[in-house]
Design a protein around this ligand. Structure first.
Ligand SMILES: *[C@@H]1O[C@H](CO)[C@@H](O)[C@H](O)[C@H]1NC(C)=O
Ligand SMILES: *[C@@H]1O[C@H](CO)[C@@H](O)[C@H](O)[C@H]1NC(C)=O
Ligand SMILES: *[C@@H]1O[C@H](CO)[C@@H](O)[C@H](O)[C@H]1NC(C)=O
Ligand SMILES: *[C@@H]1O[C@H](CO)[C@@H](O)[C@H](O)[C@H]1NC(C)=O
Ligand SMILES: *[C@@H]1O[C@H](CO)[C@@H](O)[C@H](O)[C@H]1NC(C)=O
Length: 272
């Protein structure tokens, strides 16, 4: 699971007081304990040039106020993806049971959205740096969300490949020669979650509205741009997750058709 390495990476960048990724309220709870993990005891250097000035205390508090609530939709997206992961696992197990072969989905073994570590802006003045740390933290969480989405989608593809490339049914063209390659018990129960129910389509698409402000200060401008881009990223992910749910429903239908097909008879299902 990617959570651990990322949490460690964060701990290395942000210091020992780093909250766990996906703690529901990492900002407020840490503040209650009086150890705000994004705060650093740093003297503010004297900056004479106006354009190098730190953001004001008021601007910092404003950014804090608009960034903190973004944790909630990110956690929600991650939780929905975990449910979808359970769902695709189920579909995969059905197909593996029918064919007697593992569904290959992770051949390359890479994280698709593996990125260069974001360059830390070392030269930011303290208040801007504080907000920047919050942004980095939330962006790292979004990376974990996208990775899980990629993984679920790969599993879906893996199932589709098996179905599409087995036009003679689960035991192939010559079922008398078929041998199971191991033991693939049927899953005990279908996943149980209302998010998956087709007849009550829960809307997964978020439309988080960015709070738009204009600033003269160049750090505030950059932070505002990063903030808006994070909001866009969150909304975009929710749309893609919603699409993925629809594709998983379709794949589940294909799988249900496939597993009951007679082997040795041409019944090609195009599932990709
Ligand atoms: C799906 O299966 C993988 C391994 O096969 C497992 O690590 C993961 O926890 C499962 N997901 C869920 C939501 O059960
Ligand atoms: C995917 O494959 C790689 C390499 O084969 C492996 O290290 C990794 O744990 C696999 N990931 C999952 C989720 O199975
Ligand atoms: C059979 O299973 C083994 C190990 O479980 C795996 O290495 C091998 O690739 C499988 N063969 C096929 C044809 O799926
Ligand atoms: C499929 O599932 C059933 C019930 O769990 C089991 O008896 C059977 O052996 C499984 N098939 C394979 C190929 O593992
Ligand atoms: C899901 O499980 C809960 C408790 O395990 C049960 O009360 C509920 O009826 C189930 N829902 C569906 C849709 O099966």
């Amino acid at each position: 699971m990617a959570l651990l390495p990322l949490a460690l990476l964060c701990a290395a960048t942000l210091g020992a007081a780093e909250p766990q990724l996906f703690e529901p309220e990492p900002f407020t709870s840490a503040q209650l304990r009086g150890t705000d993990p994004f705060e650093e005891a740093v003297e503010e250097p004297v900056r004479s040039e106006k354009w190098l000035r730190d953001i004001s205390r008021r601007t910092k508090n404003h950014f804090k106020k608009i960034l903190q609530p973004l944790q909630t939709p990110i956690v929600q997206e991650y939780q929905v993806l975990q449910i979808l992961d359970g769902y695709v696992n189920y579909t995969m197990q059905l197909v593996a049971n029918a064919t007697g072969h593992d569904v290959v989905w992770n051949r390359t073994g890479r994280w698709l959205s593996e990125e260069e570590p974001r360059a830390l802006k070392q030269d930011l003045p303290p208040r801007a740096r504080y907000i920047n740390r919050m942004l980095i933290y939330l962006n790292k969480e979004m990376d974990v969300v996208w990775n899980l989405k990629t993984m679920v989608d790969r599993k879906r593809w893996g199932v589709g490949n098996v179905i599409t490339s087995s036009p003679y049914g689960p035991h192939g063209e010559h079922p008398e020669r078929w041998r199971a390659n191991g033991s693939f018990p049927l899953p005990k129960a279908a996943p149980n979650s209302t998010i998956l129910l087709q007849d009550k389509k829960i809307n997964l698409v978020l439309r988080v509205k960015a709070d738009v402000e204009e600033y003269d200060n160049k750090y505030a401008q950059q932070l505002q741009a990063d903030y808006e881009s994070l909001v866009h990223n969150i909304n975009d992910a929710s749309q893609k997750i919603s699409d993925l749910r629809g594709r998983l429903w379709k794949m589940e239908d294909f799988a249900q058709q496939f597993i009951v097909l007679p082997s040795g008879v041409w019944n090609k299902i195009d599932a990709n």
